[in-house]
Design a protein around this ligand. Structure first.
Ligand code: F6R
Length: 246
């Protein structure tokens, strides 16, 4: 399930080419997307490949994993803003094609229910792209999240708030809550690729490799998925034994 690539750029080229193939085969593909530093080279490579190779992306749809609560789409640290800056604007995607949880919905519980329902109504996710937190979270599904969870409100762990604080003027400004797709929503995707890059993810990759499926390590849920792969660069793979790549 683990695949080794020399650098983040190699992963970006590979994931991007995979997305291009998927969209060529399924012009109506429904994509599950992530934010975060790991995704930046992937989205840059995808934009370049779309522009150079000219695939038709007018029919694709996307659902993002998560959004902070309390941040409007115009807030520079919101995931709406991230997606506009890193992908949607450059691709010229229409607002009707893309969906993120609404972090300022007046009724967050109703928004969560609607989000999972919207994914199902779109026919489910053909592909889900994931990063991973140093505590093993996928989306904002923190350790302890049940594998059968659907979209829900989460109280972010201090570890995640500290990790994400680098993007805010002051780490105390990181919202305390978020809306995330649940682990079941992720497992329902037909195909999943999780990407981990950098030495700071090496210990997490080792724990993930050694772990049986358990809510203590949310990404281990992917071991229950028939079509999930984990792409690591050399730095993130540093603590993985050779048998991880067998
Ligand atoms: C973001 C998300 C998170 C990130 C994870 C890793 O939408 O779902 O699970 O993928 O926190 O973030 P980076 O890539 O910044 O290390």
């Amino acid at each position: 399930m683990f695949q080794l690539f020399p650098t983040p750029a190699d992963i970006a080229a590979h994931v991007s080419a995979h997305l291009m193939d998927l969209i060529r085969q399924q012009p109506h593909a429904v994509l599950g997307l992530a934010t975060g530093s790991t995704m930046e080279p992937i989205y840059a490579a995808f934009i370049a490949q779309v522009q150079q190779q000219g695939v038709d992306i007018r029919q694709i749809r996307s659902f993002n994993l998560d959004e902070y609560m309390g941040l409007p789409p115009s807030h520079p640290q919101s995931y709406h803003y991230y997606m506009q800056q890193h992908l949607f604007q450059a691709l010229g995607l229409d607002a009707a094609q893309v969906r993120l949880p609404n972090g300022v919905a007046p009724d967050s519980v109703a928004e969560c229910r609607q989000y999972s329902a919207d994914i199902a109504a779109a026919g489910g996710l053909d592909f889900q792209l994931l990063g991973i937190g140093t505590n093993g979270h996928i989306g904002f599904n923190e350790p302890g999240t049940p594998f059968d969870s659907l979209t829900h409100v989460v109280h972010l762990t201090q570890k995640t708030r500290t990790d994400n604080g680098r993007l805010f003027d002051n780490p105390s400004q990181v919202p305390t809550h978020a809306i995330t797709m649940g682990i079941q929503d992720i497992l329902n995707a037909k195909q999943v690729i999780l990407v981990a890059t950098g030495a700071h993810k090496a210990q997490t990759m080792r724990q993930l490799f050694l772990s049986a499926p358990t809510p203590d390590m949310p990404a281990s849920a992917l071991k229950n998925h028939g079509n999930a792969r984990i792409y690591v660069d050399a730095a993130a793979a540093a603590l993985l034994p050779p048998e991880a790549f067998a």
